[in-house]
Every structure is written in C-alpha cells, then in structure tokens.
Design a protein around this ligand. Sequence first.
Ligand code: BEZ
Length: 266
Amino acid sequence: MSSAASRRGEAGDGWNAHAYARDARFVAELAMPVVELLDARPGERILDLGCGDGVLSQAIAARGADVLGVDASAELAAAARARGIETIVLDGHELADSSQIRGRFDAVFSNAALHWMKRDPQAVVDAVYQRLLPGGRFVGEFGAAGNVAPIHDALRREAQARGLDADTIDPWYFPTEAQYRERLEQAGFVVEALFSFERPTVLPSDIGRWVTTLAGPFVGAFAPGAARDDYVAAVRDRLIDTLRDAQGRWTAPYVRLRFDARRAAA
Ligand code: BEZ
C-alpha cells in the first residue's frame, strides 16, 4: 500500500506490522465491500497493489483466485507472506519495469494504498493498465480529496511550525473524483464506477497512535524522543476539541474514493 520512500521511519521502512494490526485493523475490515466489488473468481490471477499485511489478499485468495501481493514495505510484505500470500517488495512506481512480476493479470486490486503513490500517480495508473489482460479490471479504494482533513492539516501545520517544509514531507495524494477519473481515462481505462463518500471512523485507540502508526513520514521527520513526542502531542492538542467525544473516543473523518475501471477487451 505504499511508496517505500513515503512509508519510512526508524524501524526499517517505518511500518510496524504489530502496531498496524493493533491500531489499523479497521483499514482492511471496512474495505470488504471493495473485495465484493472485485468479485474475484476461482483461477483468476490477481495483483494486490499495496497489499499491506495481506488481510485482504487472503480474503481474495479464499475465493479461489491466485493472488500476488506487492508492497513497498518489507515489514508488511513479510506479514502478508506469513499469511501464505506470495508477496514482492515493490514500490508501486516500479510496477511498469519490475522483472519480478511475470505475465499479466485478470484484475488489479488496491485498498488504502494509492494515496501513498504521490510522486507520479499517472505512471502508476498507466503501469496498472499495462499489467492487465484485455478486459481486465482495476478495482480499488483510497483517500479522496478531504480525506482525514483536520488530521492532515494539523500534521502539516505543526511540521511547518517546527521549521520543516510540509510539502516536502507530506506523503499523501488525495484526488477529487474528476481528477482520478481523468487519470484512469488517460491511461485508456473505461470507468464503470467511480465515487467518493465520507466514512467517519471511530478509532480503536488514541489519535496519537493513529499518527504514529499511519503518518510515518511526518512523524519520522523528527528525531525519536522529545522532539517527536512534542510533535505528536501538539498534533493531538490541535484535534482534541473536534475529533474526541465526551467518552474519549476519537473519530477520524475518512473520505474514500472507490472505483471500478476496465481495460478494453482486445
Ligand atoms: C487512508 O487509508 O485514508 C489513510 C491511511 C493512512 C494515512 C492517511 C490516510
């Protein structure tokens, strides 16, 4: 789900599979409708682009499909492999040129990953198109314009306040419906469905954990210890009045962009 450069941090590539399972299991659980939309059939060959720890790859494989997972994080790819998913460590931007991936696919699936591929989103979409068989489908969901906006804003402002250039460290690409439709069509896809929707999500833990687990490039820009702790605390303080309720529960205002696009039949 990721650009290696974006998903960095002190533990190797910045992803911690244990923390991800603890604080972000909802990422996969809430994406089951995307697996339904993919509608994988027995024997189909499916690429899971940004497979993370492989929970959804496993759900797709359970339908009898042959799934190859790719993820820029070696840590998460290893977790996917431990679930029995064949997995390659690869940044989505390298999809076009990688000799590790052989042949073409009936479908490319992607959940909560494309927003990490910010450097050249069009190159990623073009590469997906090239990796599909004629008639193949590209089905996915990721952050749309406005996704986690107050959190994103707080991360950027507190980074700027500490002398960092937020544009340089900001790893996320959250397009509008129109922007992503245009990318898909430019690559040659026929867009069957594409829409965005708000999905406020009650978090399983404090927002500080969300920030530490899921906003690695921001947090990793600060040295471990006081500087980092101060940054996370300041982000939290900015959000407490708007995102935490009287019972102490935190809600993240996710906005998703879901799509189903097809490569023309030969
Ligand atoms: C998302 O799935 O929308 C997301 C995940 C991590 C950071 C930012 C957004």
